[in-house]
Design a protein around this ligand. Structure first.
Ligand code: NCD
Length: 318
């Protein structure tokens, strides 16, 4: 089980073998997380810093829990209270932290490309926890693990990704990952929420849920990313829910055993019916959260192995 390189910046850079390595190890960690002790020493003596320049509940909490279960010293930087507020640039903040010799930096930032830039300036492993509209690799990996466990495979599935595609890093990373694993992907949403270069994605595009959901195995709903919108992309939330919100009636068009996913945070009654989201026979939303911890443990473990190997080879801190 290995992945190449020092960082995890996006699904774009991963091959199917590396994706399988992360998911296989994450399956082991999912088992550990259900056991009584929940402890490993994979990150013992390593320092992990979480830098979240954008709000987060699930992702930040799961990276923190993942690091602690693996024995790392974990520090959460409060970016609201940091010198960024005093005008310090992202790169200066990164260099300051770098001088404290962290081993793993977990970064979320509102600007696409900011995490890649930061990774070029530091000596440790950087994990992208979401950059703007660009990528959210650990979300796509945890979604993949959830699908693989529910469906018994991660290929030749019909998967619908629905709603606000154009502002969603979750959609981008998922389209790449699920495409690399040879699934058929349908994007469903209003034309105003579809990215302009959609034809390059190798997907089918629908603006009608009733057509797009027919016979799919997986229905992945997305939140309307209002913080990334600067105008009227939808007539009203009510109208959006009517046409694109997932409820039992629309789900009936999918396969009988189709699963319902959402990365959270979800807006009940905007993109998904609350009762459906809580229906444990159809919704795997809580499993997604559970797999989030396991996938982040696996990704950090594999990157820490690379870090240790390169340090052993060069005999210096890299
Ligand atoms: C997603 C994100 O931040 O991109 N949430 C998450 O990581 N669980 C999706 C979202 O904010 O809608």
């Amino acid at each position: 089980m290995t992945i190449r390189g020092r960082h995890l910046l996006g699904i774009e850079h991963l091959g199917p073998d590396e994706i399988n390595s992360i998911l296989d190890l994450a399956d082991d960690y999912a088992r550990l997380n259900r056991s009584r002790s929940k402890r490993s020493t994979a990150l013992a003596s390593l320092t992990q810093i979480n830098m979240f320049f954008e709000n987060s509940t699930r992702t930040q909490a799961s990276f923190e829990i993942a690091g602690k279960r693996l024995g790392a010293d974990v520090m959460n930087m409060s970016m609201q209270a940091s010198s960024i507020k005093k005008g310090e640039t992202l790169v200066d903040t990164a260099l300051t932290l770098n001088a404290m010799h962290p081993d793993l930096l977990i970064v979320r930032h509102p600007h696409s490309g900011a995490v890649d830039l930061l990774a070029q300036k530091v000596n440790c492993a950087v994990l992208n926890a979401g950059d703007g509209k660009h990528e959210h690799p650990t979300q796509a990996l945890l979604d993949a693990l959830t699908i693989r466990r529910a469906k018994g495979r991660l290929h030749r599935l019909n998967i619908a990704i629905c709603g606000d595609i154009s502002h969603s890093r979750v959609a981008r990373s998922n389209i790449m990952l699920l495409g690399k694993m040879e699934n058929r992907i349908r994007l469903i949403g209003p034309p105003t929420l579809m990215p302009s270069q959609i034809s390059e994605f190798g997907v089918e595009v629908y603006d009608d849920m009733n057509e797009g959901l027919k016979d799919v195995d997986v229905v992945m709903m997305l939140r309307l990313q209002k913080e990334r919108m600067d105008g009227g992309f939808i007539p009203s939330e009510r109208e959006f829910y009517h046409r694109y919100g997932l409820d039992a009636e629309k789900l009936a068009l999918a396969k009988d055993d189709a699963i319902v996913m959402h990365p959270g945070p979800m807006n009940r009654g905007v993109e998904i019916d609350g009762t459906l989201a809580d229906d444990i026979n159809r919704s795997v939303i809580q499993e997604q959260v559970e797999m989030g911890v396991a996938v982040r443990m696996a990704a950090m473990d594999l990157l820490a192995r690379n870090l240790k190997n390169s340090r052993a080879e060069t005999g210096v801190m890299v």
